[in-house]
Write a new protein. Structure first.
Length: 160
């Protein structure tokens, strides 16, 4: 009788170890290891830095012949090097997003809720409009973006 109990406990422990090992292996194959770093939303500062890396620098005076305007500046105006062409960072108290216009269509490249908010609904495009809704216990905020002249233009609506 005693040996049956020992075999039952050993069998149960073996089954538990196999189940745990299988679960960890499956999570590892899915790309989310159980003990790996947690994913987290980007902060507003990380978004600004990512946009700054993707923004081309304005041409230096040495690279532009005397009297000639840079290729993408009409009428000899100095191009604005702040946002990349067709891309815009929209920051609100509820969250941030990066929108891009290409071919007259807008697409949300990323969206990050602020602390205390979560994403309720998102339509990232590409389409004539893209939107994301941020929600908290205090209310909802919707950011809808459309393209105007190849530049993303946001419309922010608060729903309390």
């Amino acid at each position: 009788m005693h040996s049956r109990l020992v075999l039952a406990v050993a069998g149960w422990l073996l089954a538990a170890a196999l189940a745990t090992g299988t679960g960890v292996a499956v999570l590892g194959l899915l790309g989310r290891p159980l003990t790996g770093p947690a994913e987290r939303p980007m902060t507003a500062e990380e978004i600004r830095l990512a946009l700054a890396r993707d923004t081309p620098a304005p041409p230096s005076p040495a690279s532009t012949p005397a009297g000639a305007a840079p290729a993408d500046s009409p009428g000899g105006e100095t191009p604005n090097a702040a946002p990349a062409k067709g891309r815009r960072l929209v920051s609100t108290a509820a969250g941030s997003l990066i929108a891009r216009c290409e071919g007259g269509l807008v697409r949300l490249q990323s969206w990050t809720p602020a602390q205390g908010f979560e994403v309720d609904d998102v339509d990232p495009g590409p389409d004539d409009r893209a939107r994301v809704k941020f929600e908290s216990d205090e209310g909802r905020l919707e950011v809808e973006v459309r393209c105007a002249g190849g530049v993303p233009v946001p419309r922010i609506t608060r729903h309390d």
